[in-house]
Design a protein around this ligand. Structure first.
Ligand SMILES: CC(C)(COP(=O)(O)OP(=O)(O)OC[C@H]1O[C@@H](n2cnc3c(N)ncnc32)[C@H](O)[C@@H]1OP(=O)(O)O)[C@@H](O)C(=O)NCCC(=O)NCCS
Length: 141
């Protein structure tokens, strides 16, 4: 059974970092010093498990009355099984517990259909970050 949860322990944090390392550093080739950043210290992290195995991650932070979601990822064998949706639902449920209604994210262009299916709208032209093409997207909860 798959479940997603807010990170509450150091072990869970390391599990979230493990998934991010597998996806962003090893699979996508994003340099580790860019993948791990200063926002890790202030963000609220999420992790998903299948049989005690960490398989998905994501994080959220708040800035200027906006929630910023990033580092959403699912390890390859578990993709296209609605686990990305489960992560986004967990993050959004957490955001809804605050007074913040607007959610912003930068979507890698290949992931735009994934976010559009969850009612995120494109708000910027394409731009590059660490060589990866992105477009800004947002949604009002
Ligand atoms: C993007 C990512 C998180 C999606 O996770 P996932 O678990 O595979 O997605 P889901 O199974 O929850 O997909 C939900 C819907 O989006 C669609 N979808 C997911 N990824 C898609 C893609 N790359 N292109 C088109 N549609 C996509 C699914 O087909 C599904 O549609 P449906 O509800 O009509 O069946 C995952 O592919 C991933 O980790 N990619 C690498 C890391 C990454 O790029 N993260 C995004 C950074 S902005």
């Amino acid at each position: 059974m798959v479940f997603a949860k807010i990170v509450e322990t150091e072990k869970e944090l390391q599990d979230a970092f493990f998934v991010r390392e597998e996806v962003f550093v090893k699979e996508q080739g994003i340099p580790r010093p860019l993948e791990k950043d200063e926002y890790d210290d202030i963000a609220t992290h999420f992790v998903a498990y299948f049989d005690h195995r960490p398989i998905a991650a994501g994080r959220v932070r708040f800035k200027d009355l906006t929630a910023i979601v990033d580092r959403v990822c699912v390890i390859p064998p578990f993709r296209r099984k609605q686990i990305g949706v489960l992560m986004m639902q967990s993050l959004e449920q957490y955001i809804q517990g605050s007074n913040i209604k607007k959610v912003k994210l930068n979507a890698q262009t290949h992931a735009i259909p994934f976010y559009e299916k969850q009612n995120y709208c494109i708000t910027s032209p394409e731009f590059l970050d660490a060589g990866v093409p992105y477009r800004a997207m947002e949604k009002v909860l």
